[in-house]
Write a protein that binds this ligand. Structure first.
Ligand code: SAH
Length: 343
């Protein structure tokens, strides 16, 4: 990994692009398949050990490309099996990823940006502002870290730090590589992109012909409260957002999950549940209820279990499918951005 600034990070490239670049180097296209097998399946960290490649090609690759990696800065382990990692990038910036095992699946939660521009009031990620987008390789490396360390990964969610649709091209490239058989081989339906509601991104995503899951963070069914919680609502208010979501569901025939973080006294009333049901009604969608995960320096608190149950049954009564996500890893500050905030 020498002089990375002058070289191309090989994990930033889709296979087709890499193979194209191999022709001028005098290498056959199939060599790209071999190289990527080393990179993604065998988790190689340099070219010198790729012993099925001619030595000359290995040297040429080493002059043009490098294989990036993440450095673990901290690891926290929750009593419930959730593991959280703070990684350092080449430029010293830090990002977080979380490993969430359950009975039948293991999900990894990846970051898409360093910091976040959107500064939702209840979220730790935007508190220190936006730093930069992650490159595709930096997104992939988070998932690859788990593969390298023998964690079994079945699902990937882009719900860590950052707003995936604000880093659209890099995120989509990463998703394609995470999904590709030569990459991580994770099924599209097992990859979720979560957005705070960026309408242009939702519309663009609808045209990608992907089978990935889309989550939309909604958090309130009325513009007044939603604008308080999420500044982005001033730019993309609920009416327009819901129209874009309906368009997305129709175009892709895929169900949208609306994420709803319940915060005591703010968005947890029966009326909120009924209004939410009204917004979502008739659409290919479900609601995922999450109790607010306390963040340092914020006065918000999660509602009690009774309130959460009441909210869910109000949705049930209106015929809206919902799930209640148990807060996981609360003892290790697993809400996105919290660990970096502490550092
Ligand atoms: N920017 C994207 C993805 C990152 S946040 C988005 O907004 O969807 C991923 C999810 O975690 C979002 O639903 C977000 O609202 C939620 N979240 C953020 N902070 C939280 C907290 N303290 N407790 C519970 N959920 C939180």
């Amino acid at each position: 990994m020498t002089q990375p600034d002058r070289k191309i990070d090989i994990k930033d490239l889709l296979k087709e692009k890499l193979a194209e670049g191999f022709a001028p180097l005098g290498a056959e296209r199939f060599r790209a398949t071999q190289v990527l097998d080393w990179v993604y399946r065998r988790c190689a960290d340099d070219f010198s050990g790729m012993n099925n490649l001619p030595a000359g090609l290995r040297r040429t690759l080493d002059e043009k490309f490098y294989i990036s990696d993440l450095e673990v800065v901290r690891k926290l382990e929750s009593k419930d099996g959730v593991k959280k990692f703070l990684f350092q990038l080449e430029d010293g910036e830090k990002i977080e990823s979380v490993f969430i095992p359950s009975k039948s699946t293991s999900t990894v939660c990846l970051s898409s940006q360093v910091g976040c521009k959107f500064a939702c009031k209840f979220c730790a990620s935007g508190k220190t502002g936006f730093v930069r987008n992650l490159r595709p390789a930096e997104i992939i490396n988070q998932a690859l870290f788990f593969r390298k360390n023998k964690y079994h990964v079945t699902n990937i969610v882009l719900m860590g730090m950052g707003e995936p649709l604000d880093n659209y091209d890099n995120v989509l490239k990463a998703v394609r590589i995470l999904n590709a058989p030569y990459g991580l081989g994770v099924g599209q339906r097992k990859i979720t992109i979560s957005t705070c509601g960026l309408i242009p991104g939702i519309k663009k995503l609808a045209k990608e012909k992907l089978q990935i899951e889309l989550s939309v963070s909604i958090h309130s069914p009325n513009d007044k409260t939603r604008s308080i919680l999420m500044g982005v609502n001033n730019k993309y208010p609920l009416k327009d957002l819901m129209e874009a979501c309906r368009g997305y569901a129709k175009q892709t025939n895929r169900q949208i999950t609306f994420e709803y973080v319940l915060i005591k006294g703010l968005n947890d009333s029966k009326k909120d549940a009924q209004d939410l049901a009204g917004l979502v009604k008739g659409m290919l969608a479900k609601v995922n209820l999450i109790a607010f995960n306390p963040v340092d320096g914020l006065d918000y608190v999660p509602p009690g279990l009774d309130c959460t149950r009441m909210f869910k049954s109000a949705l049930d009564r209106k015929g809206i499918v919902s799930t209640m996500r148990n807060p996981r890893g609360a003892d290790i500050e697993a809400a996105c951005g919290q660990l970096r905030l502490r550092h």
